[in-house]
Design a protein around this ligand. Structure first.
Ligand SMILES: [Fe+2]
Length: 298
């Protein structure tokens, strides 16, 4: 069943969107600006990690911070579309420099419970989402300057995935990929191909001219330049997994077959430990930043 949209999109509102591409993880971060004020939001930032060396840097986040400062904008929100398994969030670093409230979907508690157990975290790891400033429920609205933004629950890739719709722009996270790339995997714990189909179709109920911004693009496996912006109309006409006419059962069969062939993401171990903590690094018994590697757990 496809749930209806929980709000009425305002297509007359056209937020300014600046994209930042992170080459090592093929992630796209966004700054979304209200043209009628100085207010802006950041969606899905990236903290750089050299995992073999255990080294963290902030070049990508610094570029976002520099851009916002140069424009004279004020950061009101830092949004995570979901708990990413392939890159680390820079949300706390950006928040420390520019302020703003950090928000994620309310089902983060499910993700924290699952991976709290997986990483054998003690009771000091809270599983109530309290590391974030705001837990969004389906249909929640919030303000970025004079713009009203809406959070829409779009699970399937993970249980906590949200799509954020701001005027004629929608930030879909990993609910959809570019038309020639189809869809994201649905085989992480709590993921589900059938649910992903329903969430994708829910997003595709937005008006056809809605601008869709992806969280990832891989250049169609190197066949073209990386791109991250499309429209609902383009997806409905051309998406290789989700265009109009492809049934739920066809999608599920394709998705599950494909997921069975995919490798574990290179950065899943550090990403989950950091992102389930809202971008904070875990610490060892001496209080120093350190990551765990559970053996034969995945
Ligand atoms: Fe993801």
């Amino acid at each position: 069943m496809i749930n209806p949209l929980p709000f009425q999109p305002d297509m007359t509102l056209e937020p300014e969107v600046i994209a930042f591409f992170d080459q090592p993880t093929n992630t796209i971060s966004y700054v979304v600006h209200d043209p009628s004020s100085k207010a802006c939001a950041v969606v899905d930032s990236v903290m750089d990690i050299n995992y073999p060396a255990g080294r963290i840097t902030y070049d990508g986040a610094d570029e976002i911070i520099r851009t916002i400062k140069e424009k004279g904008w004020e950061l009101e929100w830092i949004i995570e579309t979901h708990v990413h398994a392939d890159h680390l969030s820079a949300a706390p670093y950006i928040q420390e420099k520019l302020g703003g409230k950090l928000g994620i979907g309310e089902n983060i508690t499910i993700v924290q419970d699952t991976f709290g157990k997986f990483f054998n975290e003690g009771t000091e790891f809270q599983r109530d989402g309290s590391q974030f400033d705001k837990l969004f429920a389906d249909g929640d609205s919030y303000k970025i300057g004079n713009m009203t933004a809406y959070a829409m629950h779009t699970p399937g890739h993970t249980p906590a995935c949200m799509t954020h719709v701001i005027g004629n722009a929608a930030f879909v996270g990993d609910t959809l990929f570019m038309p020639d790339s189809g869809s994201a995997r649905a085989d992480f714990p709590g993921g589900d191909a059938r649910t992903l189909y329903q969430s994708s179709k829910r997003v595709l109920q937005l008006p056809k001219e809605t601008r869709l911004f992806m969280c990832h693009d891989y250049g169609s496996d190197g066949k073209r330049e990386v791109r991250w912006e499309t429209t609902v109309g383009e997806e409905r006409e051309h998406n290789i997994h989700l265009k109009d006419g492809i049934t739920e059962d066809e999608f599920v069969a394709m998705r599950e077959k494909r997921d069975a062939t995919l490798d574990v993401p290179k950065l899943i171990i550090p990403s989950l430990q950091v992102n389930m903590r809202a971008g904070h690094l875990p610490t060892d018994s001496a209080g120093k930043p350190a990551l765990k590697v559970p053996i034969n757990g995945l």
